[in-house]
Ligand binder design. Structure first.
Ligand code: F6R
Length: 608
């Protein structure tokens, strides 16, 4: 959600904060602001809209000062306007605060503060917190923050500065990601490492209930009760080039085109060809423990939930273990049946999604063993699970998830292979699966090399306002994912269904204005899906078909065919999703949409 950056050191803070916010803008982009402390007190600038609005406001006249905080917002409390933009100040105007998360008892605190004479300029929960800190302030920002946090419920990543203390920056975390960047004589706080990579790769990840106090001499980590905490310094492995666009028009396109490499990176080091199995030591489970798993629950949100559904097909088919896939937001609140014989797999690109994190905590609390398939190294989910696999897809900046999805499916294939080989899958079958997996990156590359064909299809369908996506079996989740991609970046209404379900309702929508995307590789249900295509054509729907080969059957029916290379049935989603991602991208670009930062969305959803 919101992006947070803070700095203390010898450099001018304002420019550094703006640059940092540019890297964080993917987390939220409806308003932004900075606060810098200098000899003249606290200087605050904020603006509604994209970061460029703030830059226009500053017009190159950056406030001087070497300590400050900056924020880019994704609105939770209050409209995305300038008064609601962060930083917010306390009643006296001395303390500035930026916040990612939600203070749940803000309403009650606001009422109490009003009764004590406080007046508010915004509708935000963050301003309420700033006022509360101000009430506790008696010349020591660190203590005032600790005391105020004792009174609040909810989730937060926070940073504070105070005009009376130009040498202290205080940060705190509960439920929203925050890290400290450790430079040479300079220190940073940020909601992820991207704004500080240019200066340092050494970071300390804060855990819930921890505060960081940054001064001109160093940093300390403590809890709300004053106990000092010693924490390891981790090194970030990727560099700035990895999070830049590298010649592509958009991050989304770059990330779609990275998939041959990112899938290869996910698989690297995990495939044991001779033994026909996968090495997944990161799960931290012995073979005996893996054999004892009786049931698997996979929990996730959004695109990651779609990859979870593919995992369900793979695991049930190959490992013969019953699997349930749960929306994390439902799982966490519905008294789920899990125990120590249940393996709970959480899937998350960011590793920070609030609902997925809460679902994993709930599962752990009930005694389940938890594993995470996570992309962002050092993220909260990655640190809280009992074991897992890092996706190594590289940073995903475009708000619409693309390469994380294919890497999640690849990681699920690894877990499936390991579990299946410990049960009934033969070494020969295991080897065949590995052979097919190893071909996938080159096959993705082959599809990407034909992106212009997808662009031509997109050009043809760009003016439609609705679309149906239909697939069967393991490609039903791909239909869901294709529809999600289209709606989130082009704002075209799109629905995904199992192809045969069409007859039970959605068929009523079909006429000559309805494009229907069929995902129809030559798999076990190919003949069935041909009948579904006939049904759509009989109602004059326009069919776009993803097929292995234009074999005379499909191309006779479909308005457009796109061929994808052949692979094992269970691995087809790794290929079929790629043209669908490209299709959404090209449609959205033609419609003039901001594909990397679609309206109302944010990259990492750290609120419920
Ligand atoms: C869609 C998209 C979202 C995320 C969802 C979960 O393109 O990006 O649906 O998949 O918010 O996010 P993670 O995977 O970070 O937990």
């Amino acid at each position: 959600m919101c992006g947070i950056v803070g700095y203390i050191g010898p450099r001018p803070a304002a420019g550094l904060l703006i640059e940092g916010l540019k890297r964080l803008e993917y987390r939220g982009y409806d308003s932004s602001g900075i606060a810098v402390v200098n000899g003249d007190g606290l200087k605050i600038f904020k603006a509604a809209g994209k970061l460029t609005q703030l830059e226009q406001l500053l017009d190159g006249r950056l406030p001087h000062g070497t300590i400050g905080i900056g924020h880019t917002r994704w609105a939770t409390h209050g409209a995305p306007n300038t008064p609601n933009a962060h930083p917010h100040t306390d009643q006296s105007g001395r303390i500035a605060c930026i916040h990612n998360g939600i203070i749940e008892n803000a309403g009650a605190i606001r009422t109490a503060l009003k009764q004590r004479g406080h007046t508010f300029k915004s509708e935000t929960d963050t301003e309420v917190l700033a006022h509360l800190v101000g009430e506790f302030y008696q010349g020591n920002l660190e203590e005032a923050v600790a005391m105020a946090l004792g009174d609040v419920d909810g989730a937060y990543g926070l940073a504070f500065v105070c005009s009376d203390e130009p040498n202290v920056l205080v940060a705190a975390r509960k439920g929203s990601p925050l890290l400290v960047g450790v430079g040479e004589g300079e220190w940073f706080v940020a909601s992820d490492a991207s704004p500080l990579l240019q200066y340092t790769r050494s970071v300390v990840y804060l855990d819930d209930g921890e505060m960081a106090v940054l001064t001109r001499d160093g940093y300390r980590i403590r809890n709300l009760q004053k106990a000092r905490i010693s924490k390891p310094v981790s090194q970030i492995e990727w560099d700035l080039a990895t999070i830049e666009r590298g010649g592509y028009d958009h991050f989304m396109l770059k990330e779609i085109f990275e998939q041959a490499e990112s899938v290869e990176n996910t698989l690297r080091g995990h495939l044991l060809e001779d033994e026909g199995t996968a090495r997944v030591t990161g799960l931290n489970m012995t073979d005996d423990e893996l054999k004892q798993v009786q049931r698997i629950v996979i929990t996730a949100c959004g695109t990651s939930w779609h990859s979870a559904l593919i995992g369900e097909y793979m695991l049930e088919e190959m490992a013969r273990i019953p699997v349930e896939v749960e929306y994390a937001s439902e799982f966490r609140y519905r008294n789920p049946v899990v125990d120590e014989r249940t393996l709970v797999i959480g899937i998350s690109q960011s590793g920070e999604t609030a609902d997925t994190l809460a679902a994993i905590r709930e599962a752990k609390h009930r005694g389940a063993r938890t594993i995470g398939l996570v992309n962002v190294v050092g993220s909260t989910i990655a640190r809280e699970v009992d074991g897992g696999i890092y996706l190594h897809a590289g940073p995903e900046v475009g708000v619409a998830s693309t390469k994380a999805f294919t890497s999640q499916v690849a990681a699920l294939a690894l877990v499936t292979l390991r579990l299946a080989r410990l049960r009934n899958l033969s070494i020969l079958q295991g080897r065949q699966f590995i052979q097919a997996l190893k071909l996938i990156p080159a096959q993705i590359q082959q599809i990407l090399g034909r992106a212009h064909e997808v662009k031509a299809i997109a050009d043809r369908f760009v003016h439609h306002n609705n679309a149906l996506y239909l697939g069967r079996g393991v490609n039903f989740p791909v239909a869901l994912e294709g529809a999600l991609k289209l709606k989130e970046i082009s704002y075209i209404h799109a629905e995904g269904y199992p192809a045969a379900e069409m007859k039970h309702g959605p068929i009523a929508l079909i006429d000559e204005n309805m494009p229907v995307v069929f995902i129809a590789p030559r798999d076990a249900v190919y003949q069935k899906i041909l009948s579904n295509i006939e049904e759509v054509k009989a109602r004059r729907g326009q069919v776009i078909a993803l097929v292995n080969e234009c074999d005379g059957q499909v191309d006779r029916l479909a308005d457009v065919c796109f061929e994808i290379p052949e692979t094992l049935d269970l691995l087809t989603p790794l290929l079929t999703v790629v043209p669908l991602q490209l299709f959404s991208y090209y449609v959205a670009v033609r419609r003039g949409c901001n594909v990397d930062q679609p309206r109302n969305l944010a990259k990492s959803v750290t609120v419920e």
